[in-house]
Design a protein around this ligand. Structure first.
Ligand SMILES: NC(=O)c1ccc[n+]([C@@H]2O[C@H](COP(=O)([O-])OP(=O)(O)OC[C@H]3O[C@@H](n4cnc5c(N)ncnc54)[C@H](OP(=O)(O)O)[C@@H]3O)[C@@H](O)[C@H]2O)c1
Length: 164
């Protein structure tokens, strides 16, 4: 099973200066709850951004990193060099595709489920969510999360499944 998991602002920004452009612990918790015990597949820049934030790869999950750099070493992660290699390295697993932009675009045709957090503001950014044809997806869940003392912006957690 392949799922996409992403948070995007209302103007489709997903990243800025190799970081998330917001601080939303509620969404980080959602990410952790959904992906723990499974596999997180990500591009090399996202992996490095996570290691810069946490000091280590995502704990209690298989971290799979895609790079074109043959010599790339990632302590605590499986390194692959293509989508084909990624699918072989994760066969039979529940895979959460965790960004960034090109990895989402690459995975979209194969994904069955889409976990989208909409962060309700117009963000500055340098990385954008690739275009998703929403006519191919049906909304199965929607939860509103108003901003509070910990979470900087209003957000909505959506789950979509691919239409059969
Ligand atoms: N909002 C969210 O949910 C979310 C989620 C994830 C990331 N982000 C943000 O997005 C930004 C990072 O994303 P990004 O799009 O810039 O980078 P990225 O997708 O994380 O990493 C890009 C790198 O992945 C490798 N790669 C890409 N396509 C490949 C392919 N077809 N085959 C082999 N390797 C491939 C290349 O690594 P090499 O250069 O090593 O060859 C490429 O430079 C950060 O700001 C991060 O915080 C946001």
């Amino acid at each position: 099973m392949i799922s996409i998991i992403v948070a995007a602002s209302d103007n489709n920004v997903i990243g800025h200066l190799n970081k998330l452009p917001w601080y939303l612990p509620s969404d980080l918790k959602r990410f952790s709850k959904l992906t723990t015990g499974h596999t997180a597949l990500m591009g090399r820049k996202t992996f490095e951004s996570i290691v810069a934030r946490l000091g280590h790869p995502l704990p209690n999950r298989k971290n799979v990193v895609i790079t074109r750099d043959k010599g790339y070493k990632a302590e605590g992660a499986v390194v692959v060099m293509s989508w084909d290699e990624a699918t072989k390295a994760t066969a039979g697993e529940e895979v959460f595709v965790s960004g960034g932009a090109d990895i989402y675009a690459m995975a979209l045709p194969y994904a069955d489920k889409l976990y989208l957090t909409r962060v309700h503001f117009q963000s500055d950014g340098d990385v954008f969510l690739p275009k998703i044809d929403m006519s191919e997806w049906k909304e199965v869940s929607k939860e509103s999360h108003p901003k509070d003392e910990k979470n900087q912006y209003d957000s909505t957690f959506y789950i979509y499944e691919r239409k059969k």
